[in-house]
Structures are given as C-alpha cells and as structure tokens.
Design a protein. Structure first.
Lengths: 402, 172
C-alpha cells in the first residue's frame, strides 16, 4: 500500500504544495466549465428549474467515493488511513445549523466559498466581494469560537470520526462498499428524478436546463459497474490481516490534549513490557504487553473510543489483536520515548512577557508534569484481572501466537 | 471547444465525473480532500498578522492557523491559488472572462454587491462551525461517507431552498 503519498505532507512538503497547485488547477477548471463560476447558474438550483449543481455535486461524490473504495479494496490505497486523515470529526449540531446557515448564505451571495474564488478569477466583481465576506466571516467566528456559549455550541453533538457504516455497526472494509452501493443506487434514482423534473418545468424555464442525454446514461452505467466492482473487491481476501496495516499516527502533544481534555473519548494501551509500564506511563493508560493484547477481547468492544497504542518506539504495524478493534486505532508517534521527552521533561521557565501561545503550551506541559507526579501507585496490571476467565485467555493466546 | 460560446457548459454528469476524478486524485496522492474555506481563514490571518498581530494572539483558533511557520504555508492556500489559475484559464478559453457584476437586469449593482458580501460573511462563519464548506465537507467528506458531512449536505440544500424565494429578485 503505497498510496496516499504521506511524504508530500511531511518531508517533501514543498513538492506537496506544487501538487496542490496542480490539483487546484483541475478543480478550478472543472468548476468553471460546469458553470459554477456564474451565480445565476448556481442559484438556479434553488429556483428548481435547473438541477446542474445537484447533478455535478452528487456525480462527483459518487465518483470519488467509488474510486477510493475500489482502490482500497484492491489494496492499492490505504483506505482506513485516508478516512482517518481526510475526514473531519462529526459535530452534529454545528454541522446541521451551520449547514442551514451556509445554504442561506449560498442563495444570498449566489456562490459557495469555493466557487466564489472561481468567479473572482473570471472577473466577476460579486464573486470577489463574496470572497472578502467569507474571509471576514471565518475570522469573526474563529476569533470568538473559544468564548462562552459559542464554544459550547461549537463543541456540541461531538461524535468523533463517525461514518455512515458506523451507524449500521459495519466494519469499514465491508461497510464502505455496502453503503457505497446504497448511495450509488440513491444517486441514480435522484438523477432520473432530476431529469424528469427538468423536462417537466422546461416549458416555463427562462434558460434551457441541463439535459443528461446519452453521456448521462453512459455515466449511469459506469457508476453501476463500479459499484459492483467495489463490492467484489471487498470480498477479495487481500486485506485479511496477512499484510501488516500501518496505524494512524498521533503526536505526543495531540495525545496529551486528548488525555487531559477529553479522556472519555480515548483508550490508551501501553504495550511495553509490564514492568516498564508499571513504573511510568501515559496518564490513564492500561498496561497490557503485546502478547497479552488478545486477552482484552478488543474485537468485541463497541469501538466508541479511539484506541491509542503506546510502544517503546514507533509501532510499524498494528498487532492483529488490536486491528480487530471496531473503532479507530492510532499509534503514538515515536512511542514512549517521544512521550518521555515531551511530557516528562519539565518545560523551561518562561521569560516575563511571553506570548499567550507560549503561555498556553507552558500550562499544558506543567499540567502534564503534575498529573504524572501526582500518580502514586501503579494500577493493577490487567493481566491479573484478565486471568480470571482462564480458558478464554488460554484460547486467545493460542490462536494469536500462530 | 473551437468556438467560444459563453452560454455553453459541460454536460453536468461528465463535469461531475471530472470533478470526482480531481477529488480522487487529491485523496490518492495527497491523502487530503479538496477545500476552500480553510484557505480563506489563512488569508485573513496573514493580513491580520501584518497589520494587527495582537488580534491573532488573542484567539486560540487564529493562533493555530498561524502555527508552524507562515499562515500561507498551507496546502489549501496553494490549492486555491491553483483553483483561481484553473478558473481563469477555463473562463478565458470559454469566453466568460469579463470584468462584470452578475445580476438580474432590474437589480441595482449596489444591492447585488451588498447581498454578495452579506452572504459571504454568513457562509464564512457557518463554514467555521461546520468544519468546512461545500468543498471540504459536502464534496470531500461526503465521498468518504462521513456522517457529519451528509448531515451538513442535506442542511445546505434545506437552507438554500428555504431562503431562495426571498432573494430571487436579484436575478430578475
């Protein structure tokens, strides 16, 4: 699994920015040619007689969805790492209410944030003004989002990374193609409905609508075929744990924030030898050595919390017992060593008049240091409690060691 | 494409497939979806950094956009630069490149620009609450089957249809 090319966001950052320009070029070119640089074309969607926006958007969603699922199923693309990285967390209330507001702003301005840039680039003054408005709105909200009721609203309805197949309690590998097939079927139904609606209203439309024609039928056929391929690819035995799966990564600071600010959303498991872990560990971490991981029965958990694994150094593969976990599995970047140098080394005292950002960093690290110093006795290693159902542990260990 | 016809657009389904392939390339190569509003924030932070750095320091979210070097040293900023270049080339080659205000024949220019600004401000704030706009949430998150993105997508259409009737006169 060589894709995505993560080095483009890391070591080869500059090359990544150039790739960004190239991808953006394609994005802008297609949006303009689809008619999205013209406010009339966009707002016509909401007057009902021109379904272009809906058709283009939904076709693009289905195309990229099927593409990622098929490439993931064939083992070319690390699908799980991609969704971990590229999808945002779900905050239900801000997303629903913000979505309504964004839709309202869309019809008032005639553009959405992305298409306003295209309009501005093609000389439309109203597009340029919308760009300025979006910048102002972003700044105003971002400047205030840490305060009072807005902060509470901004964080409300938090579900972490939640996908449609999670709602159906399906694992990503089987769930994504199944939901993908359903989404494709729904899209095709909607497209046929949109064509009917347009031809029905064509009599009193001020401009010709956007007929799909023969090319449209070709696209429908292609979608159906690819949805079938996606489902078939999921049945291939490629991904059945033979190949090690590279885990998602989490930096020491990100883990510290999770542990201090949202401990309920994360389960930290320290897989170093029990003695090392018992001596010093991440706050709230469970000490479970690698060979005892199977005894936890992670496959039977709900998967609501993110699982964070802490090794001595970087973990290059998720152990099979943990990859069966239904939720998201992450590994601490640099392992315990990175944590030790970040969280256990006391920060240098601040000079007077330090910037608020330095102050915030300093407070976080001081808080960590005190949380660790205040931890007096090590909790019982879970090996002792997991030993109670004796036969299960023996069975698990035997199955895993093979 | 030999003749420039400003009123001609691509077939919507073929345009959708092309857009989907661009998004797929972004996923497969960069591991990121497409976006727009994130870049807008960076532009704003870059301006404030130059003229009033204290404003940036006062808010954790603005400071985060500033962390890690320069606010413009960011993938989405370069993607938007490419987007504007692509939009410019496409508009030029289709005969739609013209300095103008798009509005209905009976709508006053000042009213149209006022609505454009107002809508932009509302969208900017909303896109911050939703962790992304129609590009980052609906398109990219939707393709990844994110539950929040689909809730967002339905809400955008809901909000648009609810208000469309009130502002229809700017196009008449």
């Amino acid at each position: 699994m060589t894709l995505p090319i993560w080095s483009l966001s890391g070591g080869q950052h500059e090359l990544g920015l150039l790739v960004g320009v190239a991808i953006g070029f394609g994005f802008g070119f297609v949006l303009e040619r689809a008619g999205f640089g013209r406010a009339q074309k966009l707002s016509a969607q909401f007057d009902g007689y021109d379904m272009t926006v809906f058709k283009v958007m939904f076709t693009a969603v289905v195309t990229a969805m099927l593409g990622t699922i098929v490439l993931g199923g064939l083992g070319v693309l690390d699908y799980r790492a991609l969704v971990e990285h590229a999808a945002s967390e779900t905050f239900l209330w801000p997303m629903i209410l913000g979505g309504l507001a964004l839709g309202a702003g869309f019809v008032v301005s005639g553009y959405c944030p992305g298409t306003s840039y295209v309009a501005a680039a093609s000389g439309k003054v109203d597009g340029m003004v919308t760009v300025l408005g979006v910048v102002a709105g972003q700044l105003a909200y971002a400047g205030l989002e840490h305060r009072g009721w807005l902060a509470r609203f901004h964080a409300s309805g938090a579900h972490g990374r939640l996908f449609l197949y999670d709602l159906l309690h399906l694992p990503a590998r089987a769930g994504a193609p199944m939901v993908g097939l359903a989404v494709t079927a729904m899209a095709l139904g909607c497209f046929i409905g949109a064509e009917k609606l347009e031809s029905l209203l064509a009599g009193r439309a001020p401009a010709p609508a956007s007929p799909g024609g023969r090319a449209g039928r070709l696209v429908f056929g292609g979608m159906t075929a690819f949805a079938a391929v996606a489902l078939a690819a999921a049945a291939l035995p490629i991904d059945s744990g033979v190949r090690p799966v590279a885990p998602g990564r989490l930096g020491a600071e990100a883990l510290a924030r999770r542990v201090l600010e949202r401990p309920w959303a994360t389960r930290v498991i320290d897989v170093r030898p029990a003695a090392d872990c018992a001596a010093r560990r991440v706050p709230g971490a469970e000490c479970v050595a690698l060979d005892q991981l199977a005894a936890l029965g992670l496959a039977d958990e709900s998967g609501a919390r993110d699982l964070v694994l802490v090794g001595e150094g970087d973990l290059d593969a998720v152990p099979p017992a943990a990859s069966a976990y239904p939720g998201h599995v992450l590994a601490l970047e640099g392992g315990w060593k990175a944590w030790e140098s970040y969280a256990l080394t006391p920060p240098a005292p601040l000079a007077p008049g330090a910037a608020p950002s330095e102050l915030e960093q300093y407070q976080l690290r001081v808080g960590l240091a005190s949380a660790l110093a205040g931890m007096k006795a090590a909790p019982l290693p879970p090996a002792a409690s997991a030993a109670a159902p004796g036969p299960r542990k023996g069975g698990g260990g035997g199955g895993c060691s093979g | 494409m030999a003749t420039r016809d400003p009123a001609r657009f691509w077939n919507p389904y073929l345009a959708g497939v092309a857009l989907g392939l661009v998004l797929l390339a972004s996923f497969v190569v960069m591991g990121n979806g497409l976006g727009a509003s994130g870049a807008s924030l960076r532009f704003g932070v870059a301006v404030f950094e130059a003229v009033a750095p204290r404003v940036v320091e006062a808010s954790p979210a603005l400071r985060r956009a500033d962390a890690g070097g320069h606010p413009l040293d960011f993938w989405l900023v370069f993607e938007i630069a490419g987007l504007m270049l692509g939009g410019f080339v496409a508009a030029y080659t289709s005969g739609r490149l013209r300095l103008e205000v798009l509005k209905g024949p009976t709508c006053r220019t000042a009213a149209r620009l006022g609505l454009a600004l107002l809508g932009g401000i509302v969208m900017g704030a909303a896109a911050r609450a939703t962790r992304g706009c129609t590009s980052g949430q609906a398109l990219s998150g939707g393709a990844l089957l994110s539950a929040g993105s689909w809730a967002f997508m339905l809400s955008v259409f809901g909000g648009g249809y609810a208000l469309a009737w009130l502002v229809r006169r700017q196009w008449r």
